[in-house]
Design a protein around this ligand. Structure first.
Ligand code: SAM
Length: 281
C-alpha cells in the first residue's frame, strides 16, 4: 500500500468516528478501551463529548508526569482528550498542541476545547511523519494509539526526536506485537485502521526509537488486546545538551531485560463494541 492509500484509509475511518462522536453515538464501551482507561477524576475534568470520543488504547497522561509551563505535543490527537488533560496540568504558562490529519477530528477537538474553556491549546493539521513545528520546541511528546497507524514509522520517530528539546521526553500508549509475530500474522489479527495490522513488534519499536537517537527506551505492556498483541506504555528521552541521558538512575533499555510475558497480562474487553468492531479504535 502506498503512503497516500494508508492515509486515505485511516482518515476515512476516523472521519466517520468523529462524525459518530459529534452525534453522540461513539465510540468504545470496552473496559480496556477508550474512556474506561481514564480515572473517574480525569473524566470529571472534561466535557462529556471529549471523553466519549476517546479512541485510545492507554492513558499517556498517567505516565507523562507533566509540569507547569511545559509544552506538550499529542500525535494523532483525535477528539482532544489527552490535549485537554495535558492543558490542565501544564497551566496557563504551558501550551498543549494536538496534531491530527483528519478534518472532522480537528473540528471535534476544537469544539471540545471551546466547551472546556481551554485557552492554552492549539490543534494543528498535519501528518505525524512531518510535524509542523520547529526543532527543539517541545518538552513532552505524547500519543495514544496512533503510531501503529502511521505509514512511515521511522519518519515519525525522527520527527519526535527533532521536535523534542534536548532532555525532552516522550510517553505514548500504543499496541505492540510479540516479536515472534510476522507481518502477515499481525495483519491476520485485525485491520490497519483498527490499530492491529500496522503494529510494530517490541524489538522494532525499540530499534526505531534508538535509530532516531532517543535513549532510555522502556516498553511496558499493560493489557492484552488480542493474541500476541498488547497495549503498552512506551517511554524514551532525547539526550541532553551534552549528548548524555538526562534520566537519573536510568535502567537498561528494555531490550536488555527480560520482558513481561504477554500471557500473564490481563485481557482487554473484546466485545466488539468499538467504532470499527476490531482492535482498539
Ligand atoms: C485511534 S485514534 C486516537 C485518537 C486519540 N489519540 C485518542 O486517544 O482518542 C487515531 C487518531 O490519529 C489520527 N491519525 C492517524 N494517522 C495519522 C497520521 N499519520 N498523522 C496524523 N494523524 C493521524 C486519526 O485521524 C485519529 O484522529
Amino acid at each position: 500500500m502506498t503512503t497516500e492509500a494508508i492515509h486515505d484509509e485511516v482518515r476515512a475511518h476516523y472521519a466517520q468516528a468523529a462524525i459518530m462522536a459529534t452525534e453522540g453515538a461513539c465510540c468504545s464501551s470496552g473496559e480496556e478501551i477508550g474512556p474506561e482507561l481514564y480515572s473517574a477524576l480525569e473524566r470529571a475534568e472534561l466535557p462529556e463529548a471529549a471523553v466519549l470520543a476517546s479512541l485510545g488504547c492507554g492513558n499517556p497522561i498517567a505516565v507523562a508526569e507533566l509540569h507547569e509551563g511545559e509544552r506538550v505535543l499529542d500525535l494523532g490527537s483525535g477528539g482532544g482528550i489527552d490535549v485537554l488533560l495535558s492543558a490542565k496540568r501544564i497551566g496557563p504558562t504551558g501550551r498543549a498542541f494536538g496534531l491530527d490529519m483528519t478534518d472532522e477530528m480537528l473540528a471535534l477537538a476544537q469544539a471540545n476545547a471551546s466547551a472546556a474553556g481551554a485557552t492554552n491549546v492549539e490543534f494543528l493539521k498535519g501528518h505525524i511523519g512531518a510535524i509542523p513545528l520547529p526543532a527543539n520546541s517541545i518538552d513532552v511528546v505524547i500519543s495514544n494509539c496512533v503510531i501503529n497507524l502511521a505509514a512511515d514509522k521511522p519518519a515519525v520517530f525522527r520527527e519526535i526526536a527533532r521536535v523534542l528539546r534536548p532532555g525532552g521526553r516522550m510517553g505514548v500508549s500504543d499496541i505492540v506485537a510479540d516479536d515472534r509475530l510476522t507481518a502477515d500474522e499481525r495483519a491476520a489479527r485485525g485491520s490497519l485502521a483498527g490499530c492491529i495490522a500496522g503494529t510494530l513488534s517490541f524489538g522494532e519499536f525499540e530499534a526505531g526509537l534508538a535509530e532516531a537517537g532517543l535513549v532510555d527506551v522502556q516498553i511496558t505492556p499493560t493489557h492484552l488486546v488480542t493474541d500476541g498483541m498488547a497495549s503498552a506504555i512506551i517511554k524514551a528521552t532525547k539526550p541532553g545538551p551534552d549528548g548524555r541521558s538526562t534520566q537519573l538512575n536510568a535502567g537498561p533499555a528494555t531490550g536488555s531485560k527480560p520482558r513481561i510475558s504477554l500471557d500473564l497480562l490481563p485481557v482487554a474487553a473484546s466485545d466488539g463494541a468499538t467504532c470499527s468492531g476490531d482492535g482498539c479504535c
